[in-house]
Design a binder for this molecule. Structure first.
Ligand SMILES: Cc1cc2nc3c(=O)[nH]c(=O)nc-3n(C[C@H](O)[C@H](O)[C@H](O)COP(=O)(O)OP(=O)(O)OC[C@H]3O[C@@H](n4cnc5c(N)ncnc54)[C@H](O)[C@@H]3O)c2cc1C
Length: 471
């Protein structure tokens, strides 16, 4: 069995790793010079950084085996602190009731309670949008404070157009009432750390995991080719997939192709795709990220691993502080690297703007939020553009995605997986699981429905970290 894998991110490499272990012939083709995809780590100003925050967590046995076998004990259990910055105040995330009450004016608290009571009596019957789903759970006022601004910055569309799917996948399904009960009565004396309190982080960056997976593949008879972009899929006269076409025009043949390249581009490379499927795939679109890294001449800016910036007066939406992850990331450096995230579509002016202008904007905004004092020097700036990193869950996207999924199920020997490979808003663990299950499907001839992989985040976060990582 020979398998070609397009893309050396978490999905492609976990799949390649499992296939090589099972004795399969594997070739991975990666467009960029690096492995790890969006979860890669790299050197910047003499230390290691990730592409924004990369918290790894999973309760799933196979995913944790993948992590622990490759990372071994070369990881740190990081205490998690992530807060929301809104109107010059910090709010804990996940939301803590007393912290919210402490931070907000009395009149706003009354509005929250009023709106919550109102929605409990008159909820949206079938919440289909993000706005309806969150309002049903927390009330309109809390929605406006904690969900609306951030979500609209991230997605670039109104929350009344974002599908409820995103909320259901990403927001802990805690109601306001449950939050009150847990704030008053605590967590029933359970002193164990949960995946919410701590997470396991490879000492030299999240990308270590994928560098090691790629090394394993290369050392065990497989081959990871970097700087080798794939142009598209090659099919025979019956439409059966027989290989891939590289950007240099050469063709590589195999028994199966696993694709983690953007679903939209991959489908366009197939032959004789029905017009309605083409029309559907054209309606699926992605949001881009601009990462603005700043090197600040200070060791002590703030304690968070990352901060969600809801404040509507600034354009960025999240800030990572790489000083608060593992000691090994920073080495002997006496400065702090921050990474600010701006989100954009291809046609937005900021996406096309020059790096220097974006760097200036980042500096201006970090001072505006007073997270870096005005007298503290910003020594360096670096801008990194990440195209197509968020599949946009606009209301109704499932209809289009389903049509594409149904069609691709009829294309023999092709397995699309991964974050933009299958148009799912995956974390690393979801992409790793897709990779592992795709390998099982190939080797054992299973009929696993890979489109359905979408692990239950809340269930995972409640898991005790002791149960899943520390033996
Ligand atoms: C800013 C940011 C923060 C994040 N934070 C977290 C977090 O805290 N925790 C978490 O678990 N996850 C996080 N993620 C998500 C995580 O990075 C992704 O889920 C994961 O990287 C997806 O893996 P993948 O293999 O599916 O896709 P990718 O990582 O995108 O890998 C796909 C690979 O395919 C390659 N490729 C594309 N087209 C071609 C082609 N034509 N030919 C050859 N190669 C090609 C790409 O170069 C890439 O290397 C974050 C992502 C971003 C952008």
């Amino acid at each position: 069995m020979k398998v070609l894998i397009i893309g050396a991110g978490p999905a492609g490499l976990s799949c390649g790793y499992e296939l090589v272990k099972a004795g399969c012939e594997v070739e991975v083709y990666e467009a960029s010079p690096f492995v790890g995809g969006m979860a890669r780590s790299f050197d910047l100003w003499g230390q290691r950084v990730d592409m924004g925050p990369h918290r790894f967590f999973s309760k799933e046995k196979h995913i944790n085996e993948f992590f622990t076998t490759l990372v071994k004990d070369d990881y740190t259990l990081v205490n998690r602190l992530t807060r929301i910055y809104y109107r010059n105040r910090f709010f804990h995330y996940p939301i803590k009731l007393f912290n919210v009450l402490w931070n907000l004016p009395l009149v706003t608290i009354f509005q929250i309670l009023w709106e919550y009571g109102r929605i409990r009596m008159f909820p949206y019957k079938n919440p289909v949008t993000f706005e309806e789903w969150v309002s049903n759970r927390f009330g309109r006022k809390l929605f406006e404070i904690f969900f609306k601004h951030y979500s609209e910055k991230l997605w670039g569309i109104s929350t009344s157009k974002i599908d409820a799917d995103w909320a259901a996948q990403r927001i802990k399904s805690l109601s306001l009432w449950e939050a009150v009960i847990s704030a008053i009565f605590g967590n029933k004396g359970d002193k164990h750390k949960t995946l919410l309190d701590q997470f396991a982080y490879p000492n030299h960056g999240t990308g270590t995991l994928y560098e090691r997976a790629a090394a394993y593949i290369n050392e065990h008879g497989g081959k990871v080719n970097v700087k080798t972009p794939v142009q598209g899929i090659v099919q025979d006269a019956q439409g059966k997939v027989i290989g891939i076409k590289l950007a240099d025009g050469s063709i590589v043949t195999a028994d199966r192709v696993v694709s983690t390249m953007p679903l939209t581009l991959m489908v366009k490379s197939l032959q004789n795709v029905p017009a309605d499927v083409v029309a559907s795939v054209e309606k699926l679109y992605f949001r881009n990220t601009i990462l603005a890294y700043l090197e600040v001449d200070s060791l002590d800016l703030f304690r968070d691993n990352w901060i969600y910036v809801h404040s509507p007066e600034v354009k960025h939406g999240r800030i990572t502080n790489f000083r608060n992850w593992s000691k090994d990331l920073n080495g002997d450096k006496k400065t702090t690297i921050l990474c600010m995230e701006f989100w954009a579509f291809d046609n937005d002016p900021i996406w096309k703007d020059q790096d220097e202008n974006i760097a200036e904007l980042a500096k201006k905004e970090i001072h505006l939020l007073k997270l870096v004092p005005p007298q503290t020097k910003i020594l360096n700036a670096f801008i990194l553009r990440v195209p197509r990193c968020y599949p946009v869950y606009e209301t109704g996207y499932q209809v289009n995605l389903k049509k594409v999924e149904n069609y691709l199920d009829t294309v023999e020997n092709l397995l699309p997986i991964g974050r933009y490979g299958s148009f799912k808003y995956n974390n690393q663990d979801h992409s790793i699981l897709m990779g592992i299950l795709a390998a099982d499907k190939i080797m054992q001839g299973l009929d696993t429905d890979l489109w359905k992989i979408n692990t239950d985040v809340e269930y995972q976060e409640e898991a005790r970290i002791k149960d899943v990582l520390i033996q």
